[in-house]
Design a protein around this ligand. Structure first.
Ligand code: NOJ
Length: 572
């Protein structure tokens, strides 16, 4: 029986016909550039490496690439410490390489979204060097957040605030002042009340938009506006970061939206308008403002990523987020993996105790270096494939993270001396950090770095990568790679309005919904097979036999006449 509760997007047409709506139901593939493909053999992925793999991205069938930071950086935080916002890291190439890459992406029908990091620069940024060289109270210091130390001799930090990566959020500079860094000490926070800072980011938005980028992913979008007016900043224990209602001294303050209103005007100077998606870890209902069309226009929701593999949790997340996207006028976003979290096959293969943690699921097990043999790899992958197929059937944009199409698991056992993530170094024995999801991709079954480059890769790859490589999977129609390719191609041809209708499956462990055009997605979250609903199977995440939908499996079904494939269908 159909559940008639439909989303508020019901009468909104899908965007493909209108170029300015390309993002609404796009499949966006995240590239973490230093780990994607290395063209010059220095062990670090680069822009020419990306260009060489565009045929792969086209055959995968993604609509857009989101490129994590590729700017000059000393890599204190994987490139999220930016030295210069309007250049390319020489280790990754040049602006000319960027132009070649974006031209080739566009020639293949793929859009490009670039990361922009406005909350903080790196401590190697020219402005921060000038701030350190300038005296207290100078215009140079005003671009960042400097305050005097407190205590009898002024040697204590201005507050006991903790950085997101552990340890104090304040760093002394030797003259009685401290600067604020919500992340690593190499990432000083900008002062967004400073007009030069505001103007400079508008220049950066125009710089990349003029070069043809189609959109921006806005890092820590909810952190830019800060209330530091009190003589004595509030003690950390009194600041409840779990309740974000606009009263927090730096997260999700209402003033942040005046910044994005300015940005939107600049982004709308272009045809089509440049898109922006907020990375904002805020209460679901407060995402609406970031996603509004006079604001950034879209916001990540990480709710699916934070959920267990559980029908009830998935349904609640989907229902809530489709309703919220109706309120903002945006489309919803869906994410299962990215460069900050334990890969979803691993999360779903861990017992709840080890998978636990609402913000960083899976980190508990990683702390043991993967030594606790609790990971059920095959089960995790099976569930991950089911979850991915469900996600790709949803209305809205799906963000995919490089390597998930190969079914890669998190790599837990990286020698300490090879780790790179500051969360590991600032939290010994508490958090191993994010290197395990950033291991360079395996392209071939052999070679010094499985085809990633000509030499060893900058993070160690496990021997098991051989059989997971692109080359190993491309001849195997049952591989995870082919499931992604088939699903993306089908999605392009099937997607219509941003509507979803729940179908009552009569089983609380089964999620069944219908999209316009008579196609449906049904996911069996339980460990026993169930009867397969009527319909022609378009694709399934595991082999379907005997009229049963296997355990931990999603299938897409077609009822009625197939829709004529639209112009989004990509051949090859
Ligand atoms: C969010 C990014 O995704 C993460 O990788 C980074 O460490 C922080 N922002 C700080 O820029």
């Amino acid at each position: 029986m159909l559940n008639t509760a439909q989303t508020a997007m019901e009468d909104r047409p899908d965007g493909p016909a209108d170029e300015s709506n390309w993002w609404r139901q796009a499949a966006v593939y995240q590239i973490y550039p230093r780990s994607f493909a290395d063209s010059n053999g220095d062990g670090i992925g680069d822009l020419a490496g990306i260009t060489s793999r565009i045929p792969y991205l086209a055959s995968l069938g993604v609509d857009a690439v989101w490129l994590s930071p590729f700017y000059p950086s000393a890599l204190a935080d994987g490139g999220y410490d930016v030295d210069n916002y309007r250049d390319v890291d020489p280790k990754l190439g040049t602006l000319a390489d960027f132009d070649v890459m974006i031209g080739a992406l566009h020639d293949s029908g793929i859009k490009l979204v670039v990361d922009i990091v406005p909350n903080h620069s790196s401590n190697q940024h020219q402005w921060f060097k000038e701030a350190l060289a300038a005296p207290k109270g100078s215009p140079e210091r005003d671009r960042y957040i400097f305050r005097d130390g407190i205590g009898p001799d002024g040697a204590q930090p201005p507050s006991d605030w903790e950085s997101m990566f552990g340890g104090s959020a304040w760093e002394p500079v030797g003259d009685g002042q401290f600067y604020l860094h919500l992340f690593a000490r190499e990432q000083p926070d900008f002062n967004w009340e400073n007009q030069e800072v505001r103007a400079d980011f508008l220049t950066t938005l125009r710089f990349w938009s003029d070069r043809g980028v189609d959109g921006f992913r806005v890092d820590v979008a909810h952190g830019l506006a800060k209330d530091l007016t009190a003589d004595r900043l509030p003690a950390w224990a009194t600041v409840d970061s779990t309740v974000m209602d606009g009263s927090h001294p730096f997260w999700d303050r209402d003033e942040v939206h005046s910044i994005y209103a300015e940005w939107r005007k600049v982004l709308n100077e272009y045809d089509p308008p440049r898109t922006a998606v907020a990375e904002a870890w805020v209460e679901p209902n407060r995402r609406v403002r970031y996603a509004s069309q006079d604001n950034l226009g879209q916001a990540f929701n990480f709710d699916l990523l934070s959920a267990d593999f559980d029908a009830g949790q998935f349904r609640a997340v989907i229902t809530e987020n489709l309703a919220l996207s109706g309120e903002s006028g945006s489309s919803s976003t869906w994410v299962l993996s990215n460069h900050d979290v334990v890969r979803h096959p691993t999360r779903y293969g861990l017992p709840p105790k080890d998978a636990g943690g609402t913000v960083w699921p899976g980190r508990a097990w990683l702390l043991t270096g993967g030594l606790r043999p609790v990971l059920k790899r095959d089960l995790g992958l099976r569930r991950a494939r089911a979850a991915t197929l469900l996600m790709l059937a949803l209305p809205g944009s799906a963000y995919l993270y490089q390597g998930e199409e190969l079914g890669l698991h998190e790599i837990p056992d990286i020698p300490d001396e090879m780790r790179q993530d500051p969360t590991f170094f600032r939290n010994r024995n508490v958090d191993v950090g994010r290197d395990g999801c950033r291991i360079p991709l395996p392209w071939s079954a052999d070679g010094p770095s499985f085809g990633f480059g000509r030499g060893a890769a900058h993070l160690p790859q496990p021997a098991g990568f051989a059989r997971l490589s692109v080359d190993a999977q491309k001849g195997d129609r049952s591989s995870t790679l082919w499931m992604y390719k088939d699903a993306l191609r089908l999605r392009s041809s099937l997607r219509t309005s941003e509507t979803l209708r729940w179908v009552d499956s009569g089983n609380s462990d089964v999620l069944h919904f219908q999209r316009d055009g008579g196609w449906e997605s049904v996911t069996n979250f339980q460990d026993q097979p169930i009867a397969l609903p009527d319909g022609e199977i378009l694709i399934s995440s595991s082999v379907v036999t005997g009229g049963k939908l296997p355990a931990n499996c999603t299938a897409w079904l077609l009822r009625g006449e197939p829709k004529t494939p639209g112009k989004h269908v990509r051949e090859g």
